[in-house]
Ligand binder design. Structure first.
Ligand SMILES: NC(=O)c1ccc[n+]([C@@H]2O[C@H](COP(=O)([O-])OP(=O)(O)OC[C@H]3O[C@@H](n4cnc5c(N)ncnc54)[C@H](OP(=O)(O)O)[C@@H]3O)[C@@H](O)[C@H]2O)c1
Ligand SMILES: *[C@@H]1O[C@H](CO)[C@@H](O)[C@H](O)[C@H]1NC(C)=O
Ligand SMILES: *[C@@H]1O[C@H](CO)[C@@H](O)[C@H](O)[C@H]1NC(C)=O
Ligand SMILES: *[C@@H]1O[C@H](CO)[C@@H](O)[C@H](O)[C@H]1NC(C)=O
Ligand SMILES: *[C@@H]1O[C@H](CO)[C@@H](O)[C@H](O)[C@H]1NC(C)=O
Length: 355
């Protein structure tokens, strides 16, 4: 009896550890799509993560690294972000900072604070690597610079392939228009085949897209054998993307919001509705804009190079917006997007003429 219960307690503890530590390691059924879980980490911390359509989990708050700064600033910011509790680093080939991020992550892993498995790394394939062999090469180069044996998520940065000219990230005609990879519409479906190959080769656990509109997602889904887990798009209270969000959720694809405070746009941060709701909760208008996204199942990518703001932007889980507050935010005026690419409008796959 003694021995039996002794054995059971070890076994039960083992089971407990396996279940708890594997919460986000594809043990979940895809029917759990969209459920939010507390994922435990090596250092005892937990992060809020959302279950993807492939059963894996994605942290609700990502640390954005576009225009973060020089080597010194990037390293300080990443260290500060990881210490503050961010568990997703969002980078891209085109950001030019993958090597800096890889170097500092190596230091962080060596210090033993967290492991590779505790952190989710997203990178993106830039438009000048959209031919099938170039996609794989781009992903391999990102892995080398980031010094990782696998990526968590790779995105097609835009639906628009560019002509491949060595060293030219924005190839243009004399008239300023971007030179497309091909004039054939929807050629990203061919590019996607290489993204799927990257999953089969274990270069990345998940694949997704960015800056796609609804029609492009629909076309992609007709051809894809592996669904994108998410579509990363600009979204904030002035660009709610409600139609796109509804469409994606129906397809079990998450929308992930970039520029969620519209690059600290003063008018947005001083918006009377956001300020008043902020006062109700003793929170800033930025907090309200961020929390609103999380409550509509939209994970966010927010950037700061300032340690105080890095920490502050993660203080989103000690309050909740009520239905009335959520509705009030829905009434905030729509404005034009802040992100686009010069010379892209004549591209056959230009995404921003429709939602
Ligand atoms: N897929 C795409 O095509 C795409 C495009 C754009 C961006 N992104 C991703 O999304 C991330 C975020 O977008 P973003 O950087 O453009 O815009 P954002 O996160 O909306 O805003 C960042 C700006 O806001 C300031 N800021 C941060 N927190 C603040 C706060 N609490 N109060 C006041 N100001 C604050 C920052 O300044 P300080 O640094 O001085 O704090 C920075 O200038 C990018 O870093 C990138 O990873 C993806
Ligand atoms: C990096 O950027 C910071 C902030 O802009 C600046 O103070 C510092 O001098 C820069 N360092 C180097 C090595 O360029
Ligand atoms: C620029 O030239 C290209 C190639 O001739 C053409 O397809 C495109 O429409 C032109 N762009 C503009 C803005 O006229
Ligand atoms: C990818 O990983 C899985 C699970 O660990 C393994 O079974 C498979 O053989 C790997 N595939 C390749 C191409 O390495
Ligand atoms: C309001 O928030 C600030 C900053 O987060 C905190 O220092 C202060 O104690 C809070 N006030 C109340 C009444 O909770």
């Amino acid at each position: 009896m003694m021995i039996k219960s002794f054995n059971c307690s070890i076994f039960c503890f083992y089971l407990f550890v396996v279940i708890i530590l594997n919460v986000c390691d594809a043990l979940f059924n895809p029917t759990d799509f969209g459920r939010i879980v507390d994922h435990p980490h090596r250092d005892g911390s937990k992060s809020k993560q959302i279950i993807l359509n492939n059963g894996r989990c994605l942290p609700m708050v990502a640390f954005g690294t576009w225009q973060l700064g020089n080597d010194t600033v990037v390293k300080r910011a990443i260290k500060s972000a990881v210490t503050s509790g961010y568990r997703l680093i969002d980078t891209a080939d085109i950001y030019g900072n993958e090597k800096m991020i890889g170097d500092i992550l190596q230091e962080i892993f060596n210090e033993g604070i967290i492991n590779r498995d505790d952190i989710f790394i997203t990178t993106k394939v830039w438009c000048n690597h959209f031919s099938k062999p170039s996609v794989i090469k781009s992903i391999r180069r990102s892995m080398q610079r980031l010094k990782v044996s696998y990526l968590d998520l790779v995105l097609l940065h835009y639906p628009t392939g560019f002509k491949e000219i060595v060293g030219d990230k924005y190839p243009k005609f004399k008239n300023g228009s971007i030179i497309p990879r091909t004039w054939q519409k929807d050629s990203y479906t061919e590019t996607w085949e290489s993204m799927e190959e990257a999953v089969r080769k274990n270069y990345t656990r998940s694949i997704g897209v960015s800056n796609f509109n609804r029609a492009q997602i629909k076309t992609l889904l007709e051809k894809a054998t592996i669904k994108p887990v998410l579509n990363q798009v600009e979204s904030h209270p002035n660009l709610k993307q409600s139609l796109l969000l509804k469409y994606l959720m129906d397809e079990q694809i998450l929308m992930q919001a970039y520029a969620p405070i519209r690059k600290a746009d003063k008018e947005l941060l001083n918006n009377p509705i956001l300020m008043a709701i902020g006062e109700n909760h003793n929170k800033s208008s930025a907090h309200i804009a961020l929390r609103w996204q999380l409550q509509r199942s939209v994970p966010i990518v927010v950037k700061s190079s300032n340690p105080k703001r890095i920490k502050s932007n993660l203080q989103l889980f000690d309050f909740e917006l009520n239905d009335d507050e959520m509705k009030q935010i829905q009434t905030i005026e729509e404005k034009s997007r802040i992100y686009d690419i010069d010379g892209l409008t004549n591209h056959p796959d230009y995404p921003f003429n429709e939602e």
